[in-house]
Design a protein around this ligand. Sequence first.
Ligand code: PMP
Length: 427
Amino acid sequence: GPRSRALQERRTAAVAPGVGSVLPVYVTDAGGGVVVDADGNSLIDFGSGIAVTSVGNANLRVAARVKEQADRFTHTCFMVAPYESYVAVCENLNRITPGGHEKRSILVNSGAEAVENAVKIARYATGRQAVVVFDHGYHGRTLLTMTLTAKNMPYKQGFGPYAPEVYRMPLAYPFRWPTGPENCGPEAAAQAIDQITKQIGASNVAAVVVEPIQGEGGFIEPAPGFLPAIAEFSRANGILFIADEVQTGFARTGDMFACEHEGIVPDLVTTAKGIAGGLPLAGVTGRADIMDKVHGGGLGGTYGGNPLACEAALAVLEEIEEGRLTERARRIGEVMLPRLRALAEKHEAIGDVRGRGAMIAIELVRPGTKDPDPELTAEIARRCHAEGVLVLTAGTYGNVLRFLPPLVIPEHLLNEGLDVIEEAFAG
Ligand code: PMP
């Protein structure tokens, strides 16, 4: 529309193009599973601002708590003059993350910062340097987390040199594993463990960093047995297991954390995105004996755990727990997966349908092959956007359509969104 077009012109003149946007429309209102643009067009939201607004973009409880806090004070800096809400968020994180052991947490501003701090803590606690990551992994855009990230374009191209002592291992990607999905979990784990042992030496590894379901990599759910085998190997060798739950955490996959699915208890967990309804907040939560090692002042930052974000996080967790949003996430998967599987029966271009809870994806291929089809993926996304459904793409090969509806989306909107996706495949 004309308003969005005018804003797009101002943007081009004012904003560096290195920061992209999926849509050329400018948002004026959002909530209840719908995003409204400056020209009054509505889009059904299957993105949640990249898995952030699980409780909705305009959740009443979040808005009220943030407003109340803004009237009291917006900042003192927790490192200068602390306040209760930071402590309460850490108590919550310690309670809800996997494992009944004693834990401590720190709060920072973004997922990348959380991962970066988890690695710092792991190196400090182990006195080791090497960090193991996996194919298709995504962990952020800072120097260290960009290095931990697998994909060159757009994340790494031209931004080197990268941080040292980062080693990448195979990941159990069922759809693309050469000997098939049945063998994938144990084989990929054995390959990774063999390479870690031979190329790095297990005793030099501080930590493995892994997403329990890969997000930007294309919603790859590692084949069963892979994560437990890596966790077991880590435990046996004094390597800390860092679960990057930035995208998967906070009820998104139908469990509070995706690690719970295979009973994994990580040494350290990173959280962000769904934690605070869109206010900038992230956390590192870990075993108390590890977290307690780092000297005072070694961790932190001016804004980390700012009071507005902490109030939002307290409200979000109340909404998740009182609203039983893990169950809502499961229900969303139960609605989406059968419809997408039926669609895949009709369209050879859909090579794989996967995901858990409200973290669902389809992978598009050239018919009769497993060759990625990023052009069709972009075209389907464009058609969805034109017909009023906000979907996101992902994947190492750019050929994954991913769906991350808010957990509170009404079921009729969910089904309407799926109707539009089906029509987009019809042409
Ligand atoms: N880790 C994972 C698994 C993520 O999905 C993301 C964001 N897509 C990040 C880290 C980085 O988070 P942020 O963008 O908040 O820095």
